[in-house]
Design a protein around this ligand. Sequence first.
Ligand code: KG4
Ligand code: ZN
Length: 352
Amino acid sequence: MKDQRPSAILAFESSCDETAIALVEEGGRVVFQHLSSQIEIHRKYGGVVPEVASRAHFAVLDDLLSRSLADLARWDGRLVGVAATKGPGLIGPLIVGSACAEGLSLSKAVSFAGVHHLRGHLASVLLDESLAGATLKERAEELFPAWVVLASGGHTQVMAVEKDLSCRLLAETADDAAGECFDKSAKLMGLPYPGGPEIERLAMLVTSPPDLERARLFSLELPRPRSEEGFSFSGLKTAIRLKLQKHPERLEDPAFAWAVQDAICESLVAGMKRAYKKHAPSFPSKTWLFCGGVAANKTLRARLEMWAARERVVLRVPPLKYCTDNAAMIGAAAWVQAPQFALASCEARIPL
Ligand code: KG4
Ligand code: ZN
């Protein structure tokens, strides 16, 4: 008789400063996720220190694994595979997490799949509860082919993505990534790492119409992209530095944080518009997905919705908890990616 119990993949993420283990069922349910963030550890350095990160992953992995194995024992289903991020990312942290995952796959006698971290971010949109009832593969068939904007701490790019997570790069940043721009701007403003949530928190204090009017006066000039496509953020960072040199009193001013957030969001939307105009004839999809840590920004999510309504395209963003690094998205990618995308060795840099 066929085993009716759900099948699941146990997935590991450890490419930067989050260690996470999640169990992801074929039907898209995240049975559990245990996640430990190193943000507090790296805060005093103003960014992630690779060797410190490797040791911190190592220090928490044992506890995360024990909790995961205890939950796994209580779950009534079939473990069919183990997956882990193999790159891109910090090489030490990648080796710590994926070696543990591969060892576990051997001891459980199940297959192992190496996952590209960015494919994990792409797959994070599949974890939306509004898609419940369909398997992850069926969800991918429904959503893709799609335009995907990936904006994280290291990447800002637009891709044409297919249901097996094969990707064609359409546009990318010429310099800094959007998340990097949030982080570097926050540092200039004396805010802690990571900068995105800090700038958002401060900007959210601007609520009344007079405050908003004042914040608009601080508007920053958007950097002109170097070509008719792609994104550029380094000019914005310089503009922020120069403004703060001239007006140091704006350092802790929520209105200035609002203007910084506004400029980064506008630059992102402008880059999407350019990519859409240029590539729509060769990629006729009407679905846009926005993922990566920056997709957690609520102002950006609202702007994207307005843009999508104007353009008459379908927009999807991942659930907030799966925007920043996590293991559930790695499990989702392992379920839907074409077998040839499974990565064999850990690499700090690997193109998609
Ligand atoms: O995807 P992610 O967790 O890690 C990478 O793969 O890089 O993205 C981290 C980036 C950081 O630059 C962080 O500042 C940014 O995402 N970020 C945000 C928000 N939450 C995280 N940026 C703007 N608003 C947020 N709420
Ligand atoms: Zn990431």
